[in-house]
Every structure is written in C-alpha cells, then in structure tokens.
Design a protein around this ligand. Structure first.
Ligand code: ATP
Ligand code: MG
Length: 219
C-alpha cells in the first residue's frame, strides 16, 4: 500500500502530513511504515536528521547523486518496499509536477491532498483532482483521492467555507488538521507531534486522520 501527499502549491503541509500521518498509521495499525522523501528540497530528510526518533528510522532520505537519474533512483526504492508484504509506504512529493511526482502518480494507491483555507489552494486542489480523474497513463486502476483541510485556524470563517466548498466537490474529505504550534515545534526538534506532545490536541487530530484513512484503505 502506497500513500502519497500531492499538491502543486508550496507550503500547504504536504511534508508535515506525510510525517505525522505515517507515525499515526504505524501506531494504529502496527504495520511497518517507510517514508520516501521524493522532494529535492529534502525537507523530510532534514527533519529526520534533526532527531533520533521515528523519523530517523522510517525516512529514506533524498540522496540522488548529481549525475544520477532521480526516476531510476526512486524506482529502485519502490521495488525494495514492494517486496515487503503488509508494509505501508508514504511518499512526500515536491510542490510541482516533476518527474518524481509523476512516478508517484503512476504508483500510489492513495493520494492525500492538503488544502489550506484559501481560494488559491482550492483551485490548486481542483487541478490535482482533475489531473487524476483524466486518467494517468500507465495505471490500470484509478487511485483513491482524499483531501485534508490543512493548517486551518479555529473559528476562522474561511476554514468553515473551505469545508463547504470541499464537500460540494463530492470528494472524500478527511478531518481537518489545525494550524497548531506543537506541529511546527515538533518539526524543529526532529520529532513528529505525537512524540513531542503526546497529549496535545494536534496529536489527537493526527490520530483521527489515521483512523479515517485506515478505514478507507480497508474498504
Ligand atoms: N498543521 C500545522 N500546524 C502548524 N504548522 C504547520 C502545520 N502544517 C505545516 N506547518 C508548518 O508550515 C510550514 C510548511 O509546511 P510543510 O513543509 O509541511 O509544507 P509543504 O507543503 O511540504 O511545503 P513544500 O511545498 O515546500 O514542500 C512548515 O514550517 C511547517 O512546520
Ligand atoms: Mg514539503
């Protein structure tokens, strides 16, 4: 099972979701999880490098040599995880449709699309959905697509509106992930939020996201 974060807009929470969702799914399902950093920015790689917990074990860093082909490198990584039965793979992609995002589009079973409460984010999310609905060359079955309202502010009018707009598109919309200090602080010290602040509301949100997602995967 391969789950990828995808959204061409930058800074919407792809990497934060990939890391925390991976931890929450591993805790909930007891399955081994590998996180593949497929973003040349190496955000997840650097995040994992700042700590010694879950991410330091789970993340396969972005380390493509200057003269190497990123697609060949990433395809190798996929064949390694494909051999492990009952294994969950989470891929963090770049904020663009580069070659590695295209590879993810061909292989992931589930796409998690973060959407911040802004009209621009909504437009970008609709673009991704359209891209996937058009059909991806090289795929037999269409992937599952789930939207996650990301970095939402409590009681903000736009956060409520975004929920309405997403529901109206007929997509699967998972529980919102709030803009919470614990998420940003955990990343600074190389941890996921559940390791850093196990009793914080943010940790509850990640656990809820994993519960919803695991039900969808089991369907
Ligand atoms: N739910 C959240 N609560 C608080 N801060 C968040 C949350 N999600 C993301 N952030 C912060 O917002 C910034 C951007 O998040 P992140 O790196 O996950 O976005 P991204 O979509 O992966 O960015 P890029 O497009 O550059 O890859 C980071 O500083 C991160 O710590
Ligand atoms: Mg990122």
């Amino acid at each position: 099972m391969i789950i990828a974060t995808l959204q061409r807009k930058g800074g919407v929470g792809k990497t934060t979701i990939a890391a925390n969702m991976a931890y929450a799914l591993a805790s909930l399902t007891n399955r081994e999880v590998t996180l593949l950093d497929w973003d040349a920015q190496g955000s997840l790689t650097r995040w994992a490098g700042r700590g010694s917990g879950f991410l330091s074990r789970a993340v396969r860093p972005y380390n493509v040599a200057d003269d190497a082909d990123p697609v060949a490198w990433a395809t190798d990584a996929l064949s390694v995880v494909a051999e492990r039965k009952d294994h969950l793979t989470v891929i963090d992609t770049a904020p663009s449709y580069d070659d590695l995002s295209t590879l993810a589009l061909m292989h992931a079973d589930v796409f998690v699309i973060p959407v911040q409460p802004s009209p621009l984010d909504l437009e970008a999310a609709h673009d991704v959905i359209e891209l996937i609905e058009q059909g991806i060359p090289g795929r037999s079955a269409p992937p599952l697509v789930a939207l996650v309202p990301s970095k939402t502010k409590p009681r903000a009018d736009l956060s409520a509106k975004i929920g309405g707009a997403l529901d109206a598109c007929g997509c699967i919309v998972l529980a919102a992930i709030g803009d919470r200090v614990a998420n940003a602080e955990a990343a600074m010290v190389g941890m996921v939020t559940a390791e850093y602040k196990p009793r914080d509301q943010a940790t509850t949100e990640w656990a809820n996201l994993a519960k919803q997602l695991s039900k969808l995967i089991r369907r």
